[in-house]
Design a protein. Structure first.
Length: 400
């Protein structure tokens, strides 16, 4: 179920083995410090609302990295450029809008951090460019089938999903378009990445040998004969004698004695109950098995409703689950992990190498922080206090 503020993208869907990696907002990458050049510097100056020739306070050292929260406290710098992708600028206004429209799909720590939010937006734009470059489309019918598979896997109806989506402030169209992007991402991974990922049987075997989850504790194969009888009062002594006689027969042929005398489960199968680990059985079974050698039969022990005679059929020593039992599952796990890692590398490194990306959100935060701490001087010539902001907005608009 989707909770308000949660991420309604279908994580863990069978069609999305890389769902975790595909959730771009879940990563926080360091800002890319590319060469900015005069044009980019000029855009930043315009965004700050500075008049040409005006005296600017010295900027803070870049190492200080002021919090980008200062950019959320004012609309003064909304026309400022926070990044440029292949010459196409992204303004603070566009970044804020992305944070609003994408909020239900983004983790809270990303929504509240403009650096992480910008990184998510950059990745989103790069992926859309890849969809177009590779001719990847997702028709409505394909998206509908994908959503239907997600609903089936989550055992959820469409009506309840629509209610959950509405709680996040989204419309069905918003969700549908996000699912369209998810389907396109799947196609992109299948086209560019999946064929490059493989896992050899040797790697699977090494993982099986080193992973402690495939270790098995010692197991006891146990059989039992249950004789209902009073344990106290009249008839208790006779019942004890009967149990001892049955135990003598059981030592000669346990299965035959179980079929003849036992009133417990699996009597018709010679009393065989299966495999158990020490410490997981009822106290009277633990007591009966204590000190028994493999193949030995216990003396009658008192338990719920009567006497129990227990045989330690076999002891399976600790070791690993057989490789053939886990090979298929382990191969799939290793493959999905490798596919996820390969996707992360492609998105965070390989894809970005093909584009010129200038990340400038920290620089704009420096300017905003400086303006925030500097008293607004009287405007020359009686200019209104908001005139510089208006000029910045008009100048920033020329970038389009």
């Amino acid at each position: 179920m989707i909770e308000a503020g949660s991420n309604p993208l279908p994580h863990g869907a069978s069609d999305v083995p890389f769902a975790e990696a595909a959730a771009s907002a879940s990563r926080r990458l360091p800002a890319t410090q590319g060469r900015r050049g005069l044009v980019l510097a000029a855009l930043l100056l315009v965004a700050s609302g500075s008049a040409v020739g005006a005296t600017e306070p010295p900027p803070r050292a870049a190492a200080e990295h002021p919090s980008t929260a200062v950019l959320a406290r004012t609309s003064r710098f909304d026309n400022g450029v926070v990044a440029v992708i292949d010459g196409d600028p992204i303004t603070l206004r566009e970044l804020k809008l992305y944070g609003i429209t994408g909020a239900p799909f983004l983790p809270p720590d990303v929504r509240s951090d403009y650096r992480a939010l910008l990184d998510s937006m950059i990745e989103h734009r790069l992926l859309k460019a890849e969809f177009e470059k590779n001719g990847i489309h997702a028709p409505d019918a394909m998206v509908e089938r994908y959503i239907a598979s997600v609903l089936e896997e989550n055992n959820q109806s469409r009506a309840s999903l629509e209610v959950d989506i509405a709680k996040t402030g989204l419309t069905w169209k918003d969700y549908f378009e996000r699912m369209r992007e998810e389907v396109q991402r799947i196609q992109l991974v299948n086209l560019l990445i999946r064929s490059r990922v493989n896992v050899s049987e040797e790697e699977v075997h090494r993982a099986w040998e080193s992973d402690p989850q495939y270790l098995e504790s010692e197991k006891l194969v146990v059989a039992a004969i249950f004789i209902p009888a009073p344990l106290v009062g009249e008839g208790a002594a006779a019942a004890r004698e009967q149990a001892l006689e049955v135990q003598k027969e059981a030592r000669r042929n346990f299965e035959a004695a179980a079929r003849k005398y036992s009133k417990g489960p699996a009597a018709s199968e010679g009393g065989h109950l299966g495999e158990f680990q020490r410490g997981t059985m009822a106290p009277h079974f633990e007591k009966a098995l204590q000190g028994l050698d493999e193949g030995a039969v216990s003396m009658p022990v008192e338990g719920a409703g009567g006497y129990y005679i227990v045989k330690l059929v076999d002891i399976k020593s600790s070791g690993r689950r057989p490789f053939d039992e886990v090979k298929e599952q382990l191969t799939e796990q290793l493959y999905e992990k490798r596919l996820s890692d390969r996707y992360k590398k492609w998105v965070t490194e390989d894809l970005r190498k093909d584009h010129r990306i200038d990340n400038m959100v920290d620089s704009l935060a420096v300017i905003a922080a400086g303006a925030d701490s500097t008293p607004t001087p009287a405007q020359p010539g009686g200019a209104a206090p908001g005139a510089a902001d208006k000029a910045a907005g008009e100048a920033g608009a020329t970038k389009r």
